[in-house]
Design a protein around this ligand. Structure first.
Ligand SMILES: Nc1ncnc2c1ncn2[C@@H]1O[C@H](COP(=O)(O)OP(=O)(O)O)[C@@H](O)[C@H]1O
Ligand SMILES: [Mg+2]
Length: 461
């Protein structure tokens, strides 16, 4: 009898064929969703309304990964959510089988192979790298040494015009009180080797063409990480007449999405110098604010965009003096929800609500520009659903978009649904994403991780 270890026991797991090696599970139990490269056998299974990722892995690693994912989850770090471990498995001849670690499938996650396609835009790659660097820095801030940073161990989700990165594989991780510089750099050396290999693979598969170059991409990751880490933790020294630099630093950190728990300020007796060093906690500054005001759980840049819209709404509707929480509630019921009601259930799987709202705001902006009028939100929502949403590929991978793995022709390999849809293959180009093409025409948005620009802005204001 297998043993289930989980904080939330789930009887729906009982009927699965735990005495069969995961690689031999019948196709009708599996769900075809794209996934990255892996050492272990990984399959997606549907359990009630949810989809879980199942990974067959030796016992001590399963326990270790489960514990680490639980810690990361508790600390609010973007990582997949652990569900449980199934141990003490035996096959029909009473041979022991490795345990299975279950995690919740991350909805709307994009495997990196579908983000890198021939002709991928420089902007897109740059933003993927930013997302990756922010994730690594967040993990390092809480004392997590990953030990295996690679593209396959990261999942990406759309986050307004950028991406948000999630940790998917914690098997090699170590949790410390805090990391020494040596530990961080060691982690980055592993990243350098792995990522170089990942980029070379993409290049060999024709998904990464000039001007992209694996070496240059890897050094971009390294440089941006070093810059971000310096900004997050570095000490700054200036004269007492420049006290506003303290506030400037806090503002820059907030703009990057991080909060400052404490600012260590030292002055030397008799000297006119001040030295500051921030203690930064976790990213998600805007995310937390939006969550507090509206209850919406979004990514960081989506939150920024929605908060901007909330501010615009507040101003336009003449509620600048009203309580913020009250306005937020009105915005939710008068702006956000009516838009969501315009989206037919069948199309909901294509985009997360916050991402959809962000894209709709872009759509409305273009339409208003073209037609020289203020297009009402609900009218824009109808147009967006008709002109954009309907034509988008189902990247959603949430439960509404699931196709049972019945060997239908869209699968890359009908006998291994875990290889995902043909969409991952090379001959079938993805339908054009109007949002991506529209972004080409749009004025260049300021890069999220452009620390130099943030410094310049703080200096000039
Ligand atoms: N919870 C999950 N949600 C979405 N995708 C997942 C999840 N768990 C695993 N995957 C996919 O499966 C792949 C392999 O999982 P991983 O834990 O990295 O296995 P391995 O330890 O063998 O490298 C990942 O690259 C990812 O694409
Ligand atoms: Mg992995």
């Amino acid at each position: 009898m297998p043993r289930f270890i989980s904080t939330t026991p789930d009887s729906r797991l009982l009927p699965f064929p735990w005495s069969t090696p995961l690689a031999d599970w019948p196709i009708n139990l599996l769900v075809a969703l794209p996934r990255g490269l892996s050492r272990h056998v990984v399959r997606f299974i549907q359990v009630g309304d949810s989809v879980y990722a199942a990974k067959e892995v030796v016992e001590h690693l399963a326990n270790h990964e489960y514990r680490l994912l639980t810690d990361l989850h508790r600390l609010g770090t973007p990582s997949v959510e652990p569900i449980g471990i199934i141990t003490e498995r035996m096959d029909h001849d009473c041979n022991p089988l490795d345990p299975i670690l279950l995690t919740r499938h991350l909805e709307f996650a994009l495997p990196y192979r579908s983000l890198f396609s021939p002709g991928v835009r420089q902007e897109t790659v740059s933003r993927l790298i930013d997302a990756m660097v922010v994730l690594i820095a967040r993990l390092h801030l809480i004392g997590f040494k990953w030990g295996d940073i690679s593209l396959s161990n990261i999942l990406f989700r759309r986050d307004a015009g950028a991406f948000a990165a999630y940790l998917v594989d914690a098997e090699t991780g170590e949790m410390h009180d805090r990391l020494t510089d040596g530990q961080r750099l060691q982690d980055m050396e592993i990243a350098r080797t792995n990522l170089f290999g990942d980029f070379l693979d993409l290049q060999a598969a024709g998904r990464l063409q000039a001007p992209f170059d694996p070496l240059a991409l890897v050094s971009m990751v390294m440089t941006r990480y070093a810059e971000l880490w310096q900004e997050l933790t570095g000490a700054e020294e200036f004269s007492v007449s420049e006290m506003d630099r303290i506030e400037g630093r806090v503002r820059r950190l907030n703009a990057l999405g991080f909060d400052v728990a404490e600012m260590d300020i030292q002055t030397d007796d008799g000297s006119s110098k001040i030295r500051i060093q921030p203690k930064v906690v976790d990213a998600g500054h805007h995310q937390r604010r939006l969550m507090r005001l509206t209850g919406l759980d979004t990514e960081e840049n989506q939150a920024r965009r929605l908060l901007n819209d909330l501010d615009t709404y507040r101003f336009r509707s003449g509620q600048t003096k009203a309580d913020e929480a009250v306005v937020a509630h009105r915005w939710l019921t008068e702006q956000f929800e009516p838009v969501m009601q315009q989206v037919p259930a069948a199309l909901r799987a294509k985009r997360e609500p916050a991402q959809l709202f962000h894209e709709l705001l872009d759509y409305r902006w273009y339409k208003s520009q073209r037609e020289h009028r203020d297009v009402p939100l609900v009218e824009a929502a109808k147009g967006y659903v008709r002109d954009v949403l309907q034509g988008l590929p189902d990247e959603a991978m949430n439960k509404d978009a699931l196709i049972p793995a019945d060997g239908s022709p869209q699968l890359v390999n009908p006998f291994d649904p875990s290889q995902g849809y043909v969409e991952e293959g090379d001959d079938e180009p993805l339908p054009p994403d109007p949002w991506e093409s529209a972004a080409d025409a749009a004025p260049e948005p300021s890069p999220f991780l452009d620390i130099a620009a943030l410094r310049a802005k703080a200096a000039s204001s």
